[in-house]
Design a protein around this ligand. Sequence first.
Ligand SMILES: [Zn+2]
Length: 352
Amino acid sequence: MKLFAQKDAEAYVKTGAGEFRYNRDTRITPGAKDVLSEAGIKVVFDADGAAGTTPAPAAAQALTGNSADLRLFNSKESQVLKEQICDMGRRIWMREYCDGNGGNISVRIAPDRFIVTPTGVSKGFMTPEMLSLVDIKGNQLAGTWKRSSEFTTHAAIYDTTPAAVAVCHAHPVHVGAFAVKGMQPPPRLIPELEVFVGTVPVAIYQTPGTPEVANSLRPLAPQHQSIIMGNHGLICWGKSIEDAYFKMEITDAYCRTVLLAQAIPGSSSIPGPALGELLAIKKKMGLPDDRFDLKPAQLCEVDPWQEMCGSHGCASPVTPWNPMTLDANASDAEREALVQRLTDEIVARLTK
Ligand SMILES: [Zn+2]
């Protein structure tokens, strides 16, 4: 049993918090209650936490939290970020990128301080007081709701990638289709992905929330803002909360288009030199990509549609070579050459 006395209350008032939560493990003295109510702080007793929520560490966190951390956590800047996170959670839920309590969002507010979403809560229905403050090791420094168990995964990105300000993880289904196949979406199909996201690698499956997941992302994060977590979901980082979310939206829209396109015969892709132009634009924008040093020929070595299906034994969406599909603009010489090639092939077979 912890005792929360008048002097603790006076220290708590200085943090600027608007609410004080405590549970059955904490006893508040009458003097402390007076100090809190005089300061207009709402005192909330939560015996052992409502079903599905974990406010138990509330009082302990508030009591042991460093006052600088509490000030940071309750600052106006934090409030803006907390509201942005809740807003992004709603957008993730409305786009059906998260299921049940899945997904998590975090933002770096100071070099080793992050605001993160709670565990056990639908990301579409969060309020700012459900968020918490943690350090890069995942230690909860402020906030009354238990932080997401997957923050350690976010930490791997923050640790290896100083440019990462926010991280967003969810389970969008079109990306999920690639995740369950352990397959990287084929490149060179839509400029939006090439410029704003780049190649989307697949990190090998590991049990969610374990250090192994974090380790699987470490080598990929500095050059990839959007990474598929094998048999799991998608994790994206950005220069802001919305930027991280945009990477997710662009990646899922791309995967969705690729999956739909598979039902349509034929194939086309962005040629290597044109992709080089897109990458030049990207470089100017200061975005990372692992293909900046490749030559145009290296950029288009593999046909994306062949890559999509070639080695997986599925019905190939790539139109087999067929003289009937010869381009309508083909010259007479090309047509003649084609007819000659066909004739030669037939004659060769007949004379075998
Ligand atoms: Zn997940």
